[in-house]
Design a protein around this ligand. Structure first.
Ligand SMILES: Cc1ncc(COP(=O)(O)O)c(C=O)c1O
Length: 428
């Protein structure tokens, strides 16, 4: 893939990486060298300077390896999905309308009907404030690359969904982590955030509700992050893909784009609504210049989003209460089962119980490598867990509880533990 100028993708293997070559993503993996860019050394050096270096996406590599072969998924971050037929059943006449839907290009900022319905999900937002993306992932990529250059500085809350950190780094901007830790209940250290802000800080990225902890940022913290960003004129990039899946709707925060002119809210069909196969997401901001710059780059990535996907997304969002209620019901049914399981197995596990999303981050107490533990679990019990190593959190495991068959997956995992008491594991 070639981006404007001479940018190229180069995957840099992580030092000490346990990933094998066949886990490397599907776009070309190339070693930079003079031969590739012509004979001259100078050209090679220039090419090296302009290459976009990006780390392997460990979360997606791990899922890519097991997600479609493991029998039980006990770590997914998307809620239970639906068929196209089930979506069409939400609205009379939609089946016929889908069959007649034109499969030409659509408007680059997003089909008008879809921008209209998305804008209606936010307070004081107009359709022009919405830029539709071919999934949230494109939103992250495009926003960072449209707004950042070497010389800029970004702050990213960690642990986080990996692209939030690695795509920012790939722009050549300097990236500081704003770390959270389980030791203090994953609290946010606002004084530390304030210290990280520099004169050249352009973006602060946060994610609430949060992957991997499943926790909503406390309202007072959210307000202080907003106010810090506003006082320095920094863009507040808020990843809200799990919004509307707060376990208690009273915990819902305002969307960042509703409360600050230079904020960008990132939304998705994938998580709360359980429709990741539509590959559709959006950026919302009242800052027209931010959206214009993102649109300019979107012309180089996808031009526009898939027409059938825009049709189905608009339909689903018109009925999103139905989707949210069904998925919230599943989450609220499964969460107590998982929580009491961790209580029963407190010899092995401990967590800060999540209050949003279908995921939670659990500390695995034995002094054992979580990557080899999770690989053993998926290999022997067919249960997919996500090792915290993919978040640089080697003592944790991500669990998911947004799928209908979670009780069955949990029973399989429990049986595995009983049968493998050799790993410092005792039978329940
Ligand atoms: C916090 C967060 N942001 C973005 C994404 C990407 O989502 P999408 O499937 O919509 O591209 C994910 C997916 O796991 C996520 O957890």
């Amino acid at each position: 893939m070639t981006l404007p100028g001479t940018w190229r993708f180069v995957i840099i293997p992580r030092r000490g990486s346990q990933l094998h070559p066949w886990h490397v993503p599907s776009f070309p993996v190339k070693k930079l060298g003079a031969r590739q860019f012509g004979a001259g050394r100078r050209r090679a050096r220039l090419a090296r300077l302009s290459a976009m270096q990006i780390q392997p996406f460990r979360i997606e590599q791990y899922f890519g390896k097991y997600e479609f072969t493991a029998k039980y998924l006990l770590s997914s971050s998307d809620a239970e999905s639906r068929t196209v037929q089930e979506l069409l059943d939400l609205e009379p006449g939609s089946h016929e309308r889908l069959l007649k839907h034109w499969c030409g290009y659509t408007e680059s900022p997003g089909a008008p009907a879809l921008r209209e319905v998305i804008s209606g999900m936010y307070r004081g937002v107009r359709p022009e404030d919405v830029l539709v993306m071919a999934a949230t992932e494109e939103g992250i990529f495009v926003l960072y690359h449209a707004l950042l250059s070497p010389g800029d500085h970004v702050i990213v809350e960690t642990p986080c969904y990996e692209s939030a950190l690695e795509v920012a780094r790939s722009t050549g901007a300097r990236v500081s982590e704003w770390p959270r830790s389980e030791e203090n209940g994953w609290a946010h250290d606002l004084a530390a955030l304030e210290k990280l802000i520099q004169p050249n800080t352009k973006i602060i990225y946060v994610n609430t509700p949060h992957n991997p902890t499943g926790l909503v940022m406390p309202a007072s913290v959210f307000e202080q992050v907003r106010s810090l960003a506003a006082s320095r004129g920094v863009i507040f990039f808020c990843d809200e893909v799990y919004r509307e899946l707060e376990h208690d709707p009273a915990d819902r925060l305002p969307a960042a784009c509703e409360v600050y002119e230079r904020a960008v809210s990132l939304g998705s069909m994938s998580k709360t609504y359980g429709l990741p196969g539509l590959r559709l997401g959006w950026l919302v901001s009242k800052d027209a210049d931010i959206l214009r710059r993102c649109l300019e780059l979107k012309y180089y990535t996808t031009i526009c989003t898939s027409a059938p996907s825009e049709f189905l997304s608009a339909l689903a969002l018109r009925h999103r209460q139905v989707l949210v209620e069904r998925n919230r019901e599943i989450v609220l049914r499964n969460l107590p089962l998982l929580d009491s399981f961790f209580e029963r197995r407190s010899d092995l596990f401990e967590w800060v119980k999540p209050n949003a999303s279908p995921i939670g981050f659990v500390r695995y107490k034995p002094q054992r490598d979580v990557l080899s533990f999770c690989e053993d679990v998926v290999g022997n019990a067919g249960v997919l867990l996500l090792p915290g190593t993919v978040y640089d959190q080697p003592r944790h495991i991500r669990f998911g509880y947004g799928r209908r068959n979670m009780p069955e997956a949990l029973a399989q995992f429990s049986a595995y533990l009983s049968a493998h008491s050799g790993f410092g594991v005792t039978a329940p």
